[in-house]
Design a protein around this ligand. Structure first.
Ligand code: AMP
Length: 282
């Protein structure tokens, strides 16, 4: 695996590979890698000649400064895991490499209503920061395929909109969520939880499965109310949302027609750590 730290080195290296007709797959991450990230790398390896992974804890997407400073960093282990998985290039840029003219966003991205609900509502500015970094990375890497995790359901929709807005010639591939045996979605933020907290946190997935099992046409209110109560009873401090939404638009669905595709989404805090998860229901 080749480790590159500057935008110039990365562009130089990849343009030579492109000239040879080689196709690149790209997996952007913030590090503290786990098996979920490695799934994305494996998907990329299967379908591309070269797989590039970036590790960059992007300051502009953290609406909570404490979340940024506490974000786990496990670089040595990340490098070990990526080598083991067969990643070809690790891009490890500094802030000035990503934002050479500063972090200020000059032209906001038109994300429409996606910025006003769920993650957009509870993390103001977050998706603008995500678009800012992914746009820059896509311009540098110019991949044929981009791999994102379904765990960040709304983020996938936002990046689809970014690709539409920028007309970048990249195909988006969404990889299913990798879970712990308990059902807890793997997340870098799980590193900040104790074993007991991780056990308790599995309630989120249990609730998503219960919602799925209880789905029937008509009002969905009681499914949401019961899931909310169960998450709080398991020891979560605060819930941002438990939502059942249209899987294509993310607009809330309070009464189901028995036909439309639905997704259930949760964001909640345990011991100050914010976890998100989702499950497509039908
Ligand atoms: P992050 O490092 O959290 O920014 O995540 C980098 C990429 O990995 C994103 O596309 C995430 O959606 C994806 N990802 C994170 N956790 C998982 C998981 N448990 N399963 C699959 N993909 C994941």
């Amino acid at each position: 695996m080749i480790l590159l730290k500057t935008a110039t080195d990365l562009s130089f290296f990849l343009s030579a590979k492109k000239a040879q007709g080689l196709q690149t797959g790209f997996v952007p991450t913030m590090g503290a890698l786990h098996e979920g990230h490695l799934r994305l790398v494996e998907h990329s390896k299967k379908n591309n000649n070269i797989t590039v992974v970036s590790i960059f804890v992007n300051p502009t997407q953290f609406n909570d400064p404490q979340d940024f400073t506490r974000y786990p960093v496990t670089l040595e282990n990340d490098i070990y895991l990526l080598e083991k998985t067969g990643c070809d290039i690790l891009f490890l840029p500094s802030v000035p490499e990503i934002y050479p003219s500063g972090m200020q966003l000059t032209q906001p991205y038109d994300l429409g209503y996606l910025e006003t609900l769920l993650e957009g509502k509870y993390r103001p500015g977050h998706f603008q920061g995500v678009c800012q970094v992914v746009h820059r990375l896509l311009e540098l890497v110019q991949p044929a395929n981009l791999y994102l995790g379904q765990k960040d359901y709304q983020q996938c929709m936002v990046i689809r909109q970014l690709i539409h807005l920028t007309a970048l010639p990249v195909q988006l591939e969404i990889v299913p969520t990798k879970r712990e045996p308990s059902g807890l979605a793997m997340s870098s933020r799980n590193l900040r939880l104790s074993e007991n907290e991780k056990k308790a946190a599995a309630v989120i997935y249990q609730c998503l499965v219960t919602i799925q099992a209880g789905l029937k046409p008509g009002s969905l209110d009681s499914l949401v109310t019961e899931a909310t109560a169960a998450i709080l009873a398991a020891g979560f401090d605060k819930i941002d949302y438990v939502s059942i939404a249209d899987a294509a638009t993310l607009l809330p669905v309070t009464a189901w027609d028995g036909q439309s595709k639905l997704v259930a989404l949760v964001a909640a805090f345990i011991s100050g750590v914010r976890l998100i998860d989702n499950l497509t229901l039908n």
